[in-house]
Design a protein around this ligand. Structure first.
Ligand code: NAP
Length: 448
């Protein structure tokens, strides 16, 4: 009998781990357990709805399941429907691929005001995540997005995209309608350090410079403050000299543009740190301080101003969920682990292991490392595995969603899409389970 492995979390890290295990041990019996009825984690609910090509990676993940008889147990929450201790008793190895679902806080006054959202909630809302579909964010003409990473850029871009630009996306109707009604004219992207310190990917920044209705703008004075490359031959920095040169070329191009005649503007504001979010009863603006960069730190200069805002989204990174009984590194916002090993039989991959950095493919090496560790640690299967999990779930009346069920949800979403949209997402658990239930009811009454 092959070794039994439970992977908790059906995002890219979980799938890459399953793939790596199967490549090294075809007989491994792998079960992927997921809180939502839908697989693919951030590929479905984090990758921006206008980045459909990035979402194509799910085809590969689907193959991993279908060709290898990996089982998917959706709608099963570890801690509610089955405990981690139970999984450790039932499986030879348990892998936590639970990601970083919570926002890092700005920790400034006014963060609790209505109209201020963390990026996980805001991105979840425009991506139809069941937890955030009812967010109903307060939108208006002016928005401030705090942070200079790719998530901030996604949020800013989605706010100023035209309906025509979103027609081939899978943004839910409610989000598209709300954004269109808000008629956002100005988005300020605040970076507390300089243009060379941003975490933007060059391709994403280029895209921000080519939007149909919005013009990307940079203050030339900000570029003049950081003329020299921080990336040297000995220390090429996270994206290397060439990547940084590409970004700076784009920023220089944005600095030559004028927003005067544009319907919408994306303002890149560097050397600008948020001090407080202000407003009476709801957000009305962000109090900011100009900074200068010393070493790699932003230092306040004492020059303050207020940027008017109807909406503030903080996109300053994420942190993992502490799991009862699992050691947690509060400072780094991730599970305490030693190269992925947490405790005997328990492993972490992806953002739960590393913290919230890297693109989808960055999870692949984690999967490989974890698979090697499991195969080194577990000599032979000694645990009951899948049949025991199913017994436990049935005993607790948990209506788990299988991969075949998910494919029905998928088919229903694709079938109800209009025009070039790839799908119209179901955004509530009730809707998803109804699709699964209807099919089940038809099958039981003798119809296909
Ligand atoms: P990120 O890349 O770590 O960026 C976080 C940003 O927030 C940084 O600019 C950081 O500035 C800033 N920040 C942090 N604390 C702040 C504070 N207190 N005040 C003001 N600014 C603050 O995180 P992310 O954008 O959430 O992205 C997470 C990961 O997902 C990244 O690896 C990203 O590349 C990836 N991702 C990729 C794509 C894509 O490839 N299309 C799309 C989305 C996400 P400092 O640098 O000064 O700390």
């Amino acid at each position: 009998m092959g070794i039994s492995v439970a992977i908790v979390g059906a995002g890219p890290a979980g799938f890459y781990c399953a793939e790596a295990l199967l490549e090294r041990c075809g007989s491994a019996c792998i079960d992927i357990i997921e809180r939502l009825p839908t697989p693919y984690g951030l590929v479905r609910a984090g990758v921006a709805p206008d980045h459909q090509s990035t979402k194509q990676v799910t085809r590969k993940f689907e193959q991993t399941v279908l060709e290898n008889l990996v089982h998917f147990y959706g709608n099963v929450e570890v801690g509610r429907d089955v405990t981690l201790d139970e999984l450790l008793r039932l499986y030879d190895a348990v892998v936590l691929a639970t990601g970083s679902p919570h926002d890092r806080l700005l920790a400034i006054p006014g963060e609790q005001l209505p109209g201020v959202y963390g990026s996980s909630a805001f991105v979840g809302w425009y991506n139809g995540h069941p937890d955030f579909r009812n967010l109903k964010p307060r939108l208006g003409r002016n928005a401030v997005v705090v942070g200079n990473g790719n998530v901030a850029l996604d949020v800013a871009r989605i706010l100023v995209r035209s309906r025509a630009e979103m027609i081939a996306s899978d943004i839910p109707d409610y989000a598209l309608a709300a954004i269109e009604a808000a008629d956002v004219t100005d988005v300020w992207l605040l970076g507390r350090r300089g243009p060379r310190d941003t975490k933007f990917a060059p391709a994403e920044l280029r895209e921000a410079g080519g939007l149909a209705e919005a013009v990307a703008l940079v203050d030339p004075a900000d570029l003049a403050q950081q003329p020299e490359s921080a990336a040297t031959a000995t220390d090429p920095g996270p994206r290397g000299r060439r990547g940084e040169d590409k970004l700076m070329a784009l920023f220089r191009e944005f600095a030559r543009r004028s927003g005067a005649d544009a319907r919408r503007r994306l303002h890149f504001r560097f050397f600008t740190a948020p001090l407080a979010i202000v407003g009476s009863g709801r957000v009305e603006g962000v109090r900011v301080e100009r900074t200068r960069v010393e070493g790699d730190r932003a230092v306040g200069t004492g020059h303050e101003e207020t940027i008017a805002a109807d909406l503030v989204v903080s996109a300053v990174g994420y942190r993992a969920s502490p799991i009862p009984g699992v050691p947690f590194d509060v400072d780094r916002g991730r599970i305490t682990n030693d190269g992925g090993r947490i405790a005997p039989g328990l492993y972490a991959v992806g953002w739960a292991k590393r913290g919230p950095t890297g693109v989808i493919g960055s999870n692949k090496p984690d999967g490989v490392e974890c698979a090697s560790q499991i195969l080194a640690d577990v000599e032979a299967s000694t645990k009951a595995g899948r049949p025991a999990l199913e017994r436990t779930l049935h005993q607790c009346n948990v209506r788990f969603v299988t991969f075949a069920d998910w494919r029905r949800i998928d088919e229903a979403e694709v079938a109800s899409a209009e025009g070039p949209a790839p799908r119209r997402k179901l955004t509530s658990l009730a809707e998803m389970l109804a699709v699964v239930g209807e099919v089940e009811a038809r099958r039981m009454s003798g119809h296909r």
